[in-house]
Design a protein around this ligand. Structure first.
Ligand code: RUB
Length: 328
């Protein structure tokens, strides 16, 4: 049987960025797998059901390449299919794991906002880049505790996610000033803290986030402004522990320049890389639900908290091709 519409719609929503931001992408993927299980109408056999869930998982993982929260969510939801003996047990396990992932994720963001807010001193000016719902929660909480007096938010070319950040922070009543990305260094002398989110964090503590984050961090370091990354533990990448590089997504040049301009300039090359890598030296702390950590402690999250071992990571190598192995 084919995948139900609910799953196809979520996959297309992630691909087209109607659903975006690493946390929301992960929760939506978990939700899609739950719908897949609920709407399964094929043969009541474990092997058939597993095949179908793998197809759903692969489709979801293929939608965007960079945020590790997406494959991490899929593996979290499907990994308990290992060892199930009946169709009913298998279906129940997917539904339960999806609910658990979403609940854990929401609780993680709440805890991060508590820990993160405490790191911001009273009367501070904060700068944020792109739209990270986790960073927004930290800033909003810090504002409600009287710690933040103003936020600069970058518009975040070319997709302009900064406008979403602006609207969300305004909803919380936070005074926000939007600036073009190119004004970051100019404004940095007024800023006390940079708070951003993450799509993927590597085992050596490098942070992959929206393109421009590394420039923001560079300007912050020069101005001796602290940089905090607010990120749930499912943004840490197990595969980086065995040397895999994080794939940086390149999107359509039309997000950067309009089609008619491209047509008027045949042969012009426009690049649209949408994430970049900030090395650990440019990050003061990563704020996770497990506490406030130096980036160099990322490995502890992967091994101590998430329980990855080099052996178990092998199961998720080439995750799209090998999803079956993860659950067989
Ligand atoms: C969004 C982005 C966000 C992270 C973290 O990129 O880079 O900073 O995903 O967000 P895009 P959150 O818009 O291309 O998905 O904290 O909400 O998970």
């Amino acid at each position: 049987m084919g995948l139900p519409n609910s799953v196809l719609q979520i996959a297309s929503g992630i691909r087209t960025m109607k659903i975006r931001g690493a946390g929301r992408i992960a929760r939506s993927a978990a939700e899609a797998l739950k719908y897949a299980a609920l709407e399964y109408s094929g043969a009541r056999e474990v092997s058939e059901f597993k095949k179908y869930m793998v197809e759903a998982g692969k489709l979801l993982i293929s939608t965007r390449p960079t945020a590790v929260s997406l494959p991490n969510a899929v593996v979290f939801v499907l990994r308990n299919l290992r060892g199930v003996s009946s169709y009913e047990e298998a279906r129940e396990s997917v539904i339960k794991a999806a609910d658990a992932f979403i609940k854990n994720s929401e609780e993680a963001v709440k805890r991060i906002s508590e820990y993160g807010a405490k790191r911001i001193k009273e009367g501070s000016v904060v700068l944020t880049h792109c739209h990270s719902s986790t960073a927004v929660e930290v800033i909003a909480r810090a504002y409600s505790e009287g710690r933040v007096v103003k936020v600069y938010n970058t518009e975040t070319r070319p997709f302009l996610q900064g406008r979403i950040t602006f609207t969300h922070l305004r909803k919380y009543g936070v005074p926000v000033v939007q600036i073009p990305d190119s004004a970051v260094r100019y404004i940095m002398h007024e800023v006390d803290y940079v708070v951003v989110g993450a799509d993927t964090i590597t085992s050596n503590g490098a942070v992959v986030n929206k393109i421009g984050t590394s420039q923001v961090a560079l300007a912050a370091k020069e101005a001796r402004v602290r940089v905090y990354v607010a990120a749930e533990s499912y943004k840490f990448s197990p595969l980086t522990l065995i040397g895999e590089l994080v794939k940086i997504e390149y999107r359509d040049p039309e997000e950067v320049v309009p089609r008619d301009w491209l047509d008027k300039h045949p042969g012009v090359r426009v690049l649209n890389p949408v994430f970049d890598v900030t090395p650990p030296d440019y990050i003061d702390a990563i704020i996770t639900e497990y506490g406030v950590l130096p980036p160099q402690a990322s490995i502890l999250i992967l091994i101590d908290k998430l329980g990855w071992t080099l052996e178990s990571i092998k199961y998720s190598e080439n995750i799209v091709e090998n999803l079956e192995k993860t659950i067989e």
